[in-house]
Structure formats: C-alpha cells, structure tokens
Design a protein around this ligand. Structure first.
Ligand code: GDP
Length: 316
C-alpha cells in the first residue's frame, strides 16, 4: 500500500491518548502527530509548549497518569521553593518536567527551531513516531471574556477556565507557515488518513486549522479525514470543551463538534452514549467505545478510527 502515513492533529491530554493508541499499532515512520502550539507561552524565563510536552511524555511512556499532564514520579521542590520566595507558582512545573523547559529554552535561544528541539528530544526519549509542532512560527491563542482579551494560560490555568468565553483569536496564525514536514507529508500522496484526535476543537484543533493553507492542504491530500468526538454523553471527559460550546452558543454535543468541523470531515467516531442523538452530521458516523481508560482502550479506538478511514478510502 503506497498510502501508509497517518497524520494526527492533536492537542494535549485527550489527543495524546489517541496518539498513543496509534503509536502502538503503527510503525514509527507511519505516524506524524501535528501538535498544537497555540497554548505555548513564556513563563519564569522559560519557553513552554504544553501540548508538545504532553504528547512527548505520553508517547515516551513517562507521563503522569494522575494529572494527565507533566511527568510520572514527579517531585515539587522547585515549586515549593519558588512559592516560599513569593515567586509565581500558579503554573505547576515539577522538578523533572522543568528539565525539559530549561533545555528547550536554552536550545531555542541558541537559534534552533522548536521542531528541531522537539525532534531531538523525542529521539532521546525513544519515541518512534514523529511529533511536529504545527509551525515554528509563533501562534498564540487568546480568549475574550467579560474582562476583555486574556492569554490562554491565564484563562486555562490561572483562572481555571472560569471566565465565560465569547470569542477566540489565534494571534499570528494567518501569517504562520504550517511546518514544512506537515505540508510535504500532505502533498506526498502517501497519506492514509488525517485523524482529528479527541481534543478540544476550539483551543487545540482550530489553531492548527487556522494557519493559512492548512485546511486546503488537508483536503488536497486526498486522504479521508476522520475525527473522534471529545464529547461523551454530552459532556467533556475533562476540561472546558462542553462549557465553551455552550458559551459560544453551540450545542454541547458530539453532533455540535462535527458541525463545527463542517465539511472537513469524512468520518466521525462517536461514543455509544451519543449514538441516539447524532443524526446526520455530513460525515460517515461510526459508533464505538471512545472513553480511553486503559492502554487497550487507546489501541482499540485507534484501530476503529483507522478502519473507518480505510473504509472511506475504498469508497473514493
Ligand atoms: P488539552 O490540550 O490538554 O486541553 O487536551 P486536548 O484538547 O487534547 O483534550 C481535551 C479533550 O479531550 C476534552 O474535550 C476531553 O473531553 C477529551 N478527552 C479526554 N479524554 C478522552 C477520552 O478518553 N475519550 C474521548 N473521546 N475524549 C477524551
């Protein structure tokens, strides 16, 4: 089969679960994970890329299973110490996690690109699949609430998603160039499927799709585009996806997410819990168990998603 490459668009926690499932069933050179960088920010003098970090730790098998972000077997001496000094401790950086931010920041300041640093760190941690930042150019997600525009991490971490969101902006997205490896992959005629992971559509997937040329490149790849719903039983498994949908005047449902992606979707994977209300979403719907608790859950959902994509490809 010449079409062997799977391109997965991902945010952090939800996306990384499916990306791990895909990495368990595909050889490393057949999986390219496009990581959202709209959440990136500078903090304590460090350049932090939360979604790349979550993907890296999860695919390396060193993620923290309790929090869903950060590293396993973490300790917090740095945070405790900086807090005691009156420093900023609202964004939790564990001692082991800190090493990645310090090392990445050092290399970026030496002039390496985010993608070069990411690729080298992935290699050192033994990750077979490729994790590629959506762009090496700067894109920053901001949100408008009652109090005006706020930066993403201020909303997400400092204010724990409490502000009501009226609007989102991805500063820099229209001038940012999608990473050359992503564009080359999509143009290669080798893409088997484009998978939209069960990530938050507004803050994890739309920054990727907002870069100019990205949607067109996905459509022109000729590969089926299949999304997995991040909404199960009308609720987000974690995080503000459903809350944001309501605040933006959308229906907080699996169908609402599909509507948001619109005609980009060829296939849509929905949980049994949402099967009744799904109706016609303009994409071929597959009903599956989509809650990924265990490793076999992740692997099974990855298989279901790829099977759905392969079935769609046969119809072309
Ligand atoms: P973030 O960047 O860390 O916020 O993470 P993502 O955007 O990748 O993922 C957040 C989304 O993942 C939320 O909307 C959750 O509902 C969804 N999610 C988390 N775990 C699961 C799961 O096991 N199954 C499905 N279908 N969605 C999940």
């Amino acid at each position: 089969m010449s079409r062997r490459l799977v391109v997965a668009l991902s945010g952090g926690v939800g996306g990384a679960k499916l990306a791990l499932g895909l990495s368990l069933i595909l050889p490393g050179d057949e999986l390219l994970v496009v990581a959202n960088t709209g959440d990136d920010f500078e903090h304590l003098g460090l350049i932090i890329s939360p979604d790349i970090d979550t993907l890296t730790y999860v695919l390396a098998g060193i993620d923290n299973p309790v929090t869903g972000w950060g590293r396993r077997d973490e300790t917090w001496s740095f945070m405790d110490s900086i807090g005691a000094l009156g420093g900023e401790d609202w964004f939790r950086l564990g001692d082991r996690d800190l090493a990645l931010h310090v090392e990445r920041s050092r290399r970026l300041r030496l002039g390496q690109s985010l993608s070069e640093v990411t690729s080298d760190i992935c290699r050192r941690l033994g990750i077979g699949a490729r994790i590629v930042p959506m762009s090496d150019d700067r894109v920053r997600t901001r949100l408008r609430s009652e109090a005006g525009w706020i930066d993403f991490q201020d909303y997400f971490v400092r204010q724990q998603c409490r502000p009501v969101v009226h609007e989102l902006a991805f500063d820099g997205a229209t001038s940012a160039r999608p990473h050359a490896d992503i564009v080359a992959a999509l143009r290669s005629n080798e893409v088997r499927a484009v998978i939209i992971c069960p990530s938050n559509p507004f803050i994890s997937i739309e920054p990727i799709l907002a870069m100019s040329g990205m949607r067109d490149a996905i459509e022109a790849s000729g590969a089926p585009v299949v999304a997995v719903s991040p909404i199960i039983g009308g609720k987000a498994v974690k995080g503000p996806t459903a809350k944001m949908m309501r605040e933006l005047g959308l229906e907080a449902s699996a169908a609402g997410v599909a509507t948001r992606y619109g005609d980009l979707l060829d296939g849509y994977i929905v949980d049994h819990a949402d099967a009744d209300g799904i109706g016609d979403v303009g994409a071929r719907v597959t009903i599956a168990r989509t809650l990924m608790r265990s490793l076999p859950d992740r692997e099974m959902l990855a298989r279901v998603t790829l099977d759905a994509a392969d079935a769609l490809a046969l119809l072309r």
